[in-house]
Structure formats: C-alpha cells, structure tokens
Design a protein around this ligand. Structure first.
Ligand code: AMP
Ligand code: MG
Length: 392
C-alpha cells in the first residue's frame, strides 16, 4: 500500500496557534540560540568561582532579575543577587543558591563546596542557531508547539489536511435516532471512523449510509474520485450476495489487494478509484476499527506526508490462556496492567468476536499474536501495543 501511495504535495502557511495536529511540510531549523544568553538555573548569588574562600564574604553590588539584567560587571570580591532565568552578569561565572549563602549587611558568604560554573545555563545549551529541530513529516503536538514558540516562530509550512470521503454500506443500517425495522441495526462504523479521522486532523466528507445497490455505490465512488484524496467504506467486502463494494471497485477503479491473513479484518480491500485511494473496511465493527488502525492509519499518514514512528510494542505475561489458531496474525483486544513485581501482565478484554464491540471499548491494548502461533497458555510471553490515549 505504502509503495502505491504518494504524499499530497500542497502546503499551507499557517500561524502557530493553528498548527496543533498538522504535519510539517519543511524541516524546522532554529533561527536563534536557545537560551540566547547565559542565565541562572537557581535563585541565589552570581559570583566569580575564584573568589570563593571559606568564611570570606563578598560585597553585594546589585540585582539581576528575569527580564531586568544587572547593567554592571562583577569584579573581584563582589556578587550580584540573581533569580532563576535572569542573565548572568558580566564577570560572573558561577551561581550559589541562596540556601547555601549567609547574607548580612550587603555581605554574602557562601557556605559549603562551590563548583566553578555551577547552576549556569549556557547559550545554545538547548538548541543552537541553525540546528535542525524537527523533521518534515512530524505531526505537531503540544510539546512541539512549546519548542517552536521558544524559537520565536510565528508561522509554519504544513501539508494541507487530507480530504477523506466516508460511507457505510448496508441495507440493514440505520442512523441513531431512526426506528429499527426487523433485521435492522444501527450504523456504528461511520461515527467511529469519523472520530478517528477527526483526531488525525483530516477533513471528512460524510457520504452517509449507502444501500446495497451497485448503482448508488458506483455513484459515491465516482464522486469521491473527484473530491477526495481517499475514500473509506465499510461493509460489502465479504463474499455475501449483497457484497457489492469490491465488485464496484473493480468496475470503476482497480483493486490493489483484497483479503489478508489477519484476524480480525480478513476481507479488508485496498485499491484506487482514479487518483483517490480506496480503503474497504470490513463491516464488523471490531474488524473495521482494528483494520483502520493497523492498515488505513499508516496509509493515510503516507498520503498526508506524515512520517510515523514505528509502533512501540511491549512484552507482557499472559495472565490467562488465549485461544488462537495458527494461520492468521491475530490482534486480540486485551487489558494490560502492571503486576506487583513490576512486570506487565495482560488479560483478555472480553469476547474476541469481531461483532462484539463492547470488549473493544474496554481494551487498553491490542495483542500482536504471530501468524504461526497456536493457543497461548497462561504464563507465556506475548507482544502487545498500547492503544489507550491514542487517536482511537
Ligand atoms: P458485511 O461485510 O457488509 O457483510 O457486514 C458484516 C457484518 O457487519 C454484518 O453483520 C453487518 O450488519 C455489519 N455491519 C456492516 N456495516 C456496519 C456498520 N456500519 N455498523 C455496524 N455494523 C455493520
Ligand atoms: Mg453489508
């Protein structure tokens, strides 16, 4: 999939305040040294290390506050009252914290050992002018915003948000609020996927619920090809009599692949309608959410110009047996917790049926159970990926 997708190249210049969750289109280099001047890491006294001798007092000659530097120079036998973040006065090279000084009648006597240069923050200690701070493709988060702001940057060049068309297929689907006729169910995939797309900063074109009618499905696909970078469907990709999604994709676009050796999510389909990337999620809600996370999220990242870090996986002890048949890689919904010995343990989050969504909402992790693995016995080590607090 990644090899068949090219990033959207359009970029926008936006103010920093609007940059949260956008993708950097250019690397960011620091225009200044941070910090730009030597300053104190403590509240105390700035002095010359060479002047410190047991029991010898130094003459207090002034004050350096944050934003109000001391204008003079610290000469032999002198010191300056200094606060955290205040500029280190000329002449001084060391700060002694106030708790370690005796001060009386403008004479300050340091107590205890003093190391030359202590409690001084040096220019460019954090970032040097011209240093690369963030790479293109990084998704801007709150921590990065603070760093960008510390560089004095007002604007950023970011990729434009992806436009993603979204629809659910199925004659049985009703929107919440509608009455259910016999055999009907509520559409739960669309709102979940829409929420995930929203958390990823993407623009959703909501095509709603499309009946199992090839003509209507075709119409929606062709519309997406004109107005969207990607289209995500759910349902209709199995081998049932009313599964038209794949068939219509073959007619108006082309299929990259269909069916994967994973559980849940076997009938997942990928392809293109014109230049629009196509992702066919299975209808079962758990399969739809899991395949979105495992497959669609990295593919959309590629389209959006985002460079994803490799998924961080952890090893945990199975606190109960897990049923698993060899043949497909299995992403079971589970709950991990720290054990009294400090290790990580994991239990099932409930039913592993791909039609049971409630266990999915309970889970805080996905097990990654290897393709060839069989049943997992209690006490065995398993690999997992934490999902709590992520975009889904
Ligand atoms: P399908 O792939 O269309 O055969 O759907 C597989 C199962 O998922 C069926 O039980 C569908 O009723 C159900 N399903 C399909 N789409 C949705 C949806 N949007 N929300 C909830 N369940 C769905
Ligand atoms: Mg269906």
């Amino acid at each position: 999939m990644l090899n068949r997708l090219d990033p959207v190249v359009d970029t926008n210049i936006i103010p920093l305040e609007q940059a949260l969750n956008t993708i950097l289109a250019d690397a960011v280099t620091s225009p200044i040294d941070v910090p730009s001047f030597a300053n104190s890491a403590m509240d105390g006294y700035a002095l010359r290390a060479e002047d410190v001798q047991d029991g010898v007092g130094l003459q207090l000659v002034g004050t350096s506050l944050a934003g109000h530097p001391f204008g003079g120079k610290v000469k032999a036998g002198e010191c300056v009252r200094i606060m955290t973040g205040a500029a280190l006065p000329l002449g001084a090279d060391t700060v002694v914290m106030q708790e370690n000084c005796h001060s009386e009648h403008n004479v300050v006597t340091p107590r205890g050992p003093v190391t030359a240069g202590q409690h001084v923050r040096h220019p460019a200690e954090d970032l040097a002018q011209g240093e690369r701070v963030f790479e293109a493709g990084a998704r801007v988060n709150a921590r990065m915003l603070s760093v960008l702001s510390s560089l004095g940057l007002e604007q950023l060049s970011v990729y434009r948000p992806l436009r993603v068309a979204l629809l659910s297929t199925g004659d049985e689907l009703r929107a919440p609020g509608e009455l259910l006729a016999p055999g009907d169910i509520y559409d739960s995939n669309r709102i979940g996927v829409q929420a995930m797309l929203g958390r990823l900063g993407m623009e959703v074109l909501d095509y709603g619920i499309i009946p199992d009618d090839p003509a209507l499905i075709r119409q929606a696909f062709l519309k997406a090809a004109i107005e969207a970078d990607a289209i995500i469907t759910s349902g209709g990709v199995s081998v049932g009599d009313a599964d038209y999604t794949k068939q219509v994709l073959e007619e108006v676009g082309h299929i990259g692949f269909w069916k994967l050796a994973i559980k849940p999510g076997k009938p997942f389909a990928f392809g293109h309608v014109g230049d629009c990337a196509f992702f066919g999620l299975p209808g079962n809600p758990v399969s739809a959410a899991v395949t979105f996370h495992l497959l669609v999220r990295p593919a959309l990242a590629r389209l959006a110009g985002e460079r994803l870090a490799p998924t961080l996986t952890l090893q945990a002890r199975a606190l109960m047996p897990f049923k698993k048949a060899p043949g497909r890689m299995d992403f079971q919904r589970a709950f991990a917790r720290v054990l009294p010995d400090g290790g990580l343990g994991v239990v099932s989050a409930g039913s592993q049926s791909s039609a049971v969504f409630s266990a999915m909402a309970e889970a805080n992790c996905l097990l990654h159970l290897e393709q060839d693995r069989g049943n997992v016995a209690e006490g065995e080590t398993v690999t997992l990926e934490l999902i709590d607090g992520l975009y889904w």
